[in-house]
Design a protein around this ligand. Structure first.
Ligand SMILES: CC(C)(COP(=O)(O)OP(=O)(O)OC[C@H]1O[C@@H](n2cnc3c(N)ncnc32)[C@H](O)[C@@H]1OP(=O)(O)O)[C@@H](O)C(=O)NCCC(=O)NCCS
Length: 186
C-alpha cells in the first residue's frame, strides 16, 4: 500500500487488476477525451508501464481501492511526463463511471499532491519539486474540476501528443497540502 485516505487505498497495480481496470479505462463514455477507449491489450501494457515506473522512479499510477468494498474502482498517482522539454510530475486519475461524482478523484489526487510535496522530497526520490501539474484537455470539465478543487490553476496551453491541453499546476509555495496529513505512508 502506498497511500491511505478516508475512503480509499492506493496500492501498486498488478496484472490481477486487469479486469477491474478494463472496466475503468475501456469505458467509451468515460474515456471520451482520450483518442480511444482502452482494449484489453492496452490495459495490460498500461499495467506493465506503471510497474516499470514503480521500479524506476518509485512512483506511477496506483490502483485505487474502495475501502468499503475492497474493489478496484480506478487509478490515481504520480507520473513523470516530458512537457515542452521539461520533466514534470503529473497527477493523473481515472474512475469507473458508476463511481464518479462522489469526490473520489479529488480525495486521491489531494493525497498524491501531499505525497509529492511532503514525502517524496523527504526520502530523496528525485530533485525537489517546485510544482506538480495535470495535463487536461479543455473539454474535460470533470478533470478540470478535480484539479481546481485541489488548488491547481491553468498556467499554460500546450500541444501535448499533438492535442491541445491546459497545463494545470500548483506551486509548492502555494499548496495547501504541505502540512496537513490526510494520508499515512505504508
Ligand atoms: C475526471 C474523473 C477522474 C473525475 O472523477 P470523479 O471521482 O467523478 O471526480 P470528483 O467526484 O472528485 O469531482 C468531479 C467534479 O467534476 C464535476 N463535473 C462532472 N461532470 C461535470 C459536467 N458535465 N459539467 C460540470 N461539472 C462536472 C463534478 O460536479 C465535480 O465537481 P464538484 O465537486 O465541484 O461538483 C472522471 O470523470 C474520469 O475518470 N474521467 C475519465 C478519465 C479522465 O478523463 N481522466 C483525467 C484525464 S486528464
Amino acid at each position: 500500500m502506498i497511500l491511505e485516505t478516508q475512503r480509499l487505498f492506493l496500492r501498486e497495480m498488478t496484472l490481477s487488476d486487469l479486469d477491474a481496470l478494463l472496466l475503468v479505462l475501456g469505458d467509451a463514455e468515460s474515456m471520451r477525451y482520450y483518442p480511444k477507449p482502452f482494449d484489453r491489450e492496452m490495459v495490460e501494457k498500461w499495467i506493465d508501464r506503471h510497474r516499470c515506473n514503480y521500479a524506476q522512479h518509485g512512483l506511477g499510477l496506483w490502483a485505487m481501492v474502495l475501502k468499503a468494498t475492497g474493489e478496484v474502482i480506478g487509478d490515481c498517482g504520480l507520473v513523470w511526463q516530458e512537457v515542452e522539454g521539461h520533466q514534470e510530475l503529473e497527477i493523473g486519475y481515472h474512475i469507473r463511471r458508476d463511481q464518479q461524482m462522489q469526490g473520489y478523484a479529488t480525495e486521491a489526487a489531494s493525497a498524491c499532491q501531499e505525497y509529492a510535496f511532503n514525502v517524496l522530497d523527504s526520502v530523496g526520490v528525485a530533485r525537489r519539486r517546485h510544482r506538480v501539474i495535470s495535463l487536461i484537455r479543455p473539454e474535460n470539465i470533470p478533470s478540470r474540476r478535480v484539479a481546481e478543487k485541489n488548488g491547481l490553476k491553468i498556467v499554460q496551453e500546450t500541444l501535448w501528443r499533438d492535442i491541445p491541453h491546459y497545463i494545470y499546476a500548483v506551486q509548492r509555495s502555494e499548496s495547501k497540502l504541505l502540512t496537513t496529513s490526510n494520508f499515512s505512508e505504508a
